[in-house]
Ligand binder design. Sequence first.
Ligand SMILES: Nc1ncnc2c1ncn2[C@@H]1O[C@H](COP(=O)(O)OP(=O)(O)OP(=O)(O)O)[C@@H](O)[C@H]1O
Length: 602
Amino acid sequence: MDLKQYETHVSIKQILNMLKTIPKILNLIKKVDKTNFYLIILLSLFSGLCPIITLLTSQKLLNLIETKNMKIILGALIAYILANLLSNCIGSLLEYLDGRFQRLTNFKLNYLIMDKCTRLSLRHFEDSDIYDKLQRVQNETSYKPYSIFLSIIVIMTSLITLVSSVIIIVNWKPWVLAILVLIPLLSSLSFFKIAQREFNVLWSRASNNRKSWYLTYLLTRDNAFKEIKLYNLGNYLLKKYKDMNKVFVKEDVCLLKKRTTFTFFFEIVEQICIDIILIIVIYSATIGEILIGNVVGLINALNLVANNSKKILNTIYSLYQDNLYIEQLFDFLSIKEDLDESEQNLTKKNSISEIEKIQVKNLNFSYPSSNVEVLKNINFEINKGETVAIVGKNGSGKSTLAKLLLSLYNVDDNTILFNDDCVNTYNILNLRKNIAALFQDFAKYELTFRENVAFGDIDSINDDKKIKKVIKDMDINYINDVDAQLGVWFNNGMELSGGQWQKIAIARTLFRDASLYILDEPSSALDPIAEKKLIDTFIKMVENKIGIFISHRLSTAKLADKIIVMDKGSIVGIGTHDELFENNKVYKEMYEIETLRCEIVN
Ligand SMILES: Nc1ncnc2c1ncn2[C@@H]1O[C@H](COP(=O)(O)OP(=O)(O)OP(=O)(O)O)[C@@H](O)[C@H]1O
């Protein structure tokens, strides 16, 4: 496998850049729990000294044995035992604090990511770049800050042990320092290069990773299960997944091979150097230059040097790699939120308590991801007390118009007005309190029935009377317990039919005390009786409000006060059923086809 395409030269500047993000990460972690943060650092620094204290006390103890003075030996023995005890206590305490802090940090970071998602706009979720970023952040980044924090702690601790051990050895023979420092230093640069390449491989994989995740999603969730079974798509999808992941595994193994070879080479060279020093230590002892305690002390110090330099190197490597990812977390957290969703709410004071009039004037619209104009020169007005149906062929722009009325996308100034004021001047959160909507792809929350309904007005989640009223209005007689779990994902969940789910979604919409209700194809899954009842209920409920519904059934649209006919992104007619049937070619044609179809069916 050729990984040359991922080769990148690692400059000193890049390495220094890595240091720049460290304060940012430490700040982030510190905010989780300040006391725990400082306690871990303090104890870790101290734990770095523990091996040296143990080493020195054991060295002293061994040297003192030759004196045969029991009192002094006993004192040294107690010091040695206490040093070990202290080291164990600090180790256990650190393990507990570390485990606790790690859980807290991971929770906090996931919370931050989810919180960020709630503040993004619909256009962000339709943008594949942002989806990739989210995927990277979810897969790799959420646990990285703590991993970086741990790496820093490990480096600090190991450095203290390393420096102290080196001091012990250098005290004996200063020239050894050169060997002990040079090898790890040279190795770290090569390690950085490998880390960078690994990062590049994983980075370039984000988009395919998302595709691979999607295939897993398709095969492991109930949404597509029936079609996958019926059309026997299992093998096709599995093969697609396998082909994609085969490449990933190959790349990973190749990288692992490179890293292992390098580590092996480094360890061999280091071992040879340490063995040479060891020979000199033993030689010095045989000619009586040093005592037996010092021999053991030096051997232990050499081992500490070997282990800690390896540990530092490995940790710097993972620190560097984690650090490359962490940029993505900060990158994701700094995605620019639409003004409407954040600061603007503070500055825009225009609030609204009831929507009494909607005016749409010369509205043109293209989705942020495309240049195609999907709405062209839209003009209409709706007043309080009116029920309006929007009809038109597939792709004519009905849902887009509904989404714009719901302020899910930005529009030009003075193209949409509520109560004579441009939509852009309103505090969006306040405006949305006045609006309830049912989307074509409404959510099926695998939660309780109460939550499914009360999500329409979360402040009334405990208002059983209101929930029961909506159950009655919507004829939801299949629910006996408002706290019943719905769906099949969790234990004792109640599986519902498509129409039953849709009725609950409509109930959620009508549960909200709004002044503007928008239903996008509310009856697509309902039987004709339920559909008729729904529209009658809807018309009654919005009697003194504004009600808009999109429908493909003109026999249903007929019940509205006014019908807007759309075709290829434009309005081609507005009026009552009779007016449109009389004067509008598109409407007349649609109506006649529907009537003909009904006659054939009957
Ligand atoms: N998120 C999007 N990004 C880019 N283009 C989109 C997006 N959503 C819809 N479109 C395009 O906008 C046009 C109008 O779509 P819209 O969903 O508004 O039609 P519709 O009248 O509601 O159709 P249907 O009756 O099939 O629901 C279509 O050509 C569609 O491809």
